[in-house]
Design a protein. Sequence first.
Length: 401
Amino acid sequence: MQLDFARAFGEAHPVVRSRLYPDTTDAEWGDWRWHQQHRITTVEDLERVVRLTDDERAATQATARRFRMAITPYWATLMDPEDPACPLRRQAVPTSGELRVWPGERPDPLAEETFMPVPGLTHRYPDRVLLYTTHNCAMYCRYCTRKRKVSDPDSQPGKSELDVALDYIRRTPTVRDVIISGGDPLSLSNERLDALLEALAAIPHVEVARLGTRNLVTLPQRVDAGLAAVLGRHQSRHLAVWVMTHFNHPKECTDDAWEACERIASTGTPIQNQSVLLRGVNDQADVLAQLSRRLLRMRVKPYYLLHADLEEGIGHFRTTIGEGKALLHALRGPLSGLGIPQYVVDLPTGGGKVPVVPDYEAQRPRPAGGDDPGADEWVFTNWQGRAIAIPEPLPGPVGIG
């Protein structure tokens, strides 16, 4: 039986919808293009949806040239209109924290432009590339790592640029995995996505295509029957298509999101989730545990918990790495390993992702010597705080019988 996640979390958004969009038909509400066309992009639009604080109002106007605001009507019905600390509102509505540049922040924190052998394609790891397909997202998240180009119409890659990027992939046999990103590639039509996957499937050495999208969260209406058909058509022994999505908070796991994930999973397409650790949004262990449990029931594997990048103007969202490690430690034990994401930091200057794990070693092996039988053992503390020893193998050959 399908769970009513929206009402389970106290989010009766159909009621809010009737108040905010009383003249909208069910057919319009179910059409992702209608949501794209009616996004909230101005202070006046926003004031119809929430009671703005002075800080939010000033920041929305001040950040307009740096990074546009866009919020789908669907997301608008999920935000708390009275509480500026609402975790969904914090992700969508500008605040004055965006106007401050913290030490170490930079416009391209991951050096994606530096590692572009051709326009629109980043090649940093030997076997995988990131393919930039569009500047547009259904909603512009305020902590976006690509503020330098996302929401900017001038950054939209053209067909000729995409052709050059595909040609680079064809003549680079080390590339086995193509991450299709943007913006959000689901901003493209089903026909264009179909053609792109067809082109990748025709390259013999490409084995995996990953669609990086947040539309399952911010605009689940986008996952229509046509998109499901495209995904199902391109699952084969030659090319495996994965969907990499981005839920940050359990309140995003609505009935609509459930149905979007169900349509994708029913095609045989696996879904993995990459959350960003955000102060004031999901920096509590119980919130992350609830999110993981909901995702697993939606057939979405928690994959990464990403430390927020050093993008300009998002310092107010970043936690310390010590806080992130403590959160992962708190999840171990109460939550199945299937639901625990890997906490990673994507290093600046193109250093790539590195895992950050809690310290479970209470004691490491000491140099062998003497008659001390405990010299060569590891001692770990488990999630309950118990210390348990694991001996190292004995040196030299082991005789039999």
